[in-house]
Design a protein around this ligand. Structure first.
Ligand SMILES: [Mg+2]
Ligand SMILES: [Zn+2]
Length: 197
């Protein structure tokens, strides 16, 4: 297993992709209580395989259902663990899953689009946010990238189509996670030797 941790021999900070969970990696079916309710998009594994050689992979999810009592944190944890385990079976390593359990009205520090969890990943996993991306089906997933100094990709799966008119002209839109992966690869073709500072 790859319990990857930065060591003093590791290279400089690595880029990462921060994925939204519902409507991006898996279908958005409301507040998920159980792994039985998880339905992966057909393109998810292929997209993550394409990105994994170049990026650390994270999940950042808002789960306000915890705060309003629709689901428990234990439910959310079970669902997240299932997502990570299924991806691991497909050879994909998720470095961490970050979850905000609050409602927006609570004004917590961690709810998207606040960059709290991306900054935590930068510290804990040596992520270079300036070379990192977010992928999600809500405008706050794109604003998250902007607030962290990264690049956001908006996908039209999940609630994406519904929110499309809330984007600005320079926001990057992809049909789904696979097209998002292609866009990310094409925008990050800088040779390694050119990235030293
Ligand atoms: Mg979503
Ligand atoms: Zn929060």
């Amino acid at each position: 297993m790859s319990n990857a941790r930065p060591t003093k021999h590791s290279p400089a900070a690595t880029p990462a992709v921060f994925f939204d969970r519902d409507g991006t990696l898996i279908e958005d079916r409301g507040h998920l209580r159980s792994p039985d309710e998880v339905v992966f998009y057909p393109a998810t594994v292929a997209a993550l395989r394409r990105l994994q050689p170049h990026f650390r992979l994270f999940i950042v999810t808002n789960q306000p259902g915890v705060s309003i009592g629709e689901v428990t944190m234990a439910d959310v944890q079970r669902v997240n663990d299932h997502v990570v385990a299924r991806l691991r079976e497909a050879g994909i390593e998720i470095a961490a899953v970050y979850c905000c359990p609050h409602q927006r009205s609570e004004d917590c520090a961690c709810i998207k689009p606040k960059p709290f969890f991306m900054e935590q990943a930068a510290h804990e996993h040596g992520v270079d946010l300036a070379r990192s991306f977010t992928v999600g089906d809500h405008p706050h997933d794109v604003h998250l990238a902007r607030n962290a100094g990264a690049t956001g990709i908006f996908v039209l799966t999940g609630h994406g189509n519904k929110h499309l008119d809330e984007l600005t002209a320079d926001d990057i839109v992809a049909e789904d996670i696979l097209e998002a992966a292609d866009i990310i690869i094409s925008r990050s073709t800088t040779p390694d030797h050119a990235t030293t500072t």
